[in-house]
Design a protein. Structure first.
Length: 307
């Protein structure tokens, strides 16, 4: 039990996203209990007053709400189960929010196996990149019961943009929305790389081509805003590893399969991302598929050089 007015938040997974999210929870005054397989990931938080514990079970036992921010569904399942897992420590009726980009199967299975315990399990994946995690402006898509979402709103608001914390449906809906957001954004990325490289190869200036796209019905926030990190700075966003982007695309195609829908474009985009991962390595930035097209062109697409 906590003696402060703020609930104690347990947080598991202090990587690119979790590190910024926990810093913002701490700044908002939530007492924190944290763990990660990398002890050093908690150094700054512990210096700021967070409590380190060695297992997910201890996190769950010591907190009012447990949050996970882990790479893949496999990691979420591992952290939930076993003698050191969340389920071994969480109190009956306790609350667990999985903010990882994942699929409903893991939490569905746990909910079904532990119905008598009255656990409140929500999915609340995020958009906004590591910079959004660092500055507390994530978009958060929450699946779960309305009363739980309302109760947890102050916790979400410490990490996200209050206007873009959306309750999108019942359990599992947050995961589905997040996968569809990533799918569309990655599709924009590949389509934009292809269009810009073909147009430039055909002799149009890069700046003129982009301005023309922006002025046309083909405009998108990717063309107008997101591509600029590459075109201005050669930044392919290493804050989100391409290995994780490939994971998201695979989950998205799996989701389409599980609901019996075709996913022709999604499958092709996934293959382009897998080619980029094989070419540039697991830790390369999520936007390196763009580089595949620059390689074919024989030079980087940069506005300064080519406007
Ligand atoms: P990351 O790999 O940087 O961080 C994951 C953290 O989990 C690491 O610190 C790792 O040590 C820890 N971890 C792994 N297994 C563990 C275990 N068994 N017990 C405890 N800790 C463990 O990943 P990330 O970029 O922070 O992404 C986390 C999730 O957020 C992913 O699902 C990703 O798809 C999603 N996401 C990432 C971004 C982004 O821009 N990075 C944006 C939106 C959503």
């Amino acid at each position: 039990m906590t003696t402060t007015t703020q609930p104690t938040v347990g947080f598991i997974g202090l990587g690119s996203m979790g590190s910024g999210m926990t810093r913002n929870l701490q700044a908002a005054g939530f007492p924190l209990v944290v763990t990660d397989i990398r002890r050093e990931a908690a150094d700054a938080l512990v210096a700021g007053g967070a409590r380190w514990v060695g297992t997910a079970a201890e996190v769950a036992a010591a907190s009012d709400v447990v949050i996970t921010m882990l790479p893949t569904p496999r990691h979420v399942a591992e952290v939930a189960s076993g003698p050191d897992g969340i389920l071994a420590g969480i109190a009956d009726g306790g609350t667990w929010v999985d903010m990882s980009t994942s699929v409903p199967e893991v939490t569905e299975r746990i909910r079904a196996e532990h119905t008598a315990r009255g656990l409140r399990i929500l999915d609340a994946p995020v958009s906004g990149m590591s910079v959004g995690a660092a500055n507390g402006m994530l978009q958060i898509f929450v699946g779960g019961e309305a009363e739980d979402v309302a109760r947890l709103r102050p916790v979400f608001e410490a990490m996200g943009d209050p206007d873009r914390i959306l309750h999108v449906g019942g359990a599992g809906a947050g995961y589905a929305v997040k996968l569809m957001i990533n799918q569309l954004w990655f599709s924009h990325l590949v389509a934009t790389a292809e269009v810009l490289s073909i147009g430039v190869k055909a002799g149009v200036g890069l700046g003129v081509l982009r301005d023309s796209l922006i002025a046309s019905p083909a405009n998108s926030t990717f063309v107008e805003r997101d591509v600029l990190s590459i075109l201005n700075d050669g930044d392919y966003d290493e804050g989100f590893a391409i290995a994780l982007a490939c994971k998201d695309l695979g989950l998205s195609v799996d989701l389409a399969r599980s609901v019996g829908m075709p996913a022709e474009v999604s499958s092709l985009v996934e293959q382009v991302f897998r080619r980029a991962r094989a070419s540039y390595g697991d830790r390369a930035g999520e936007m390196t598929p763009f580089k595949l097209y620059e390689d074919l062109l024989g030079r980087p697409l940069r506005l300064g050089a080519d406007a």
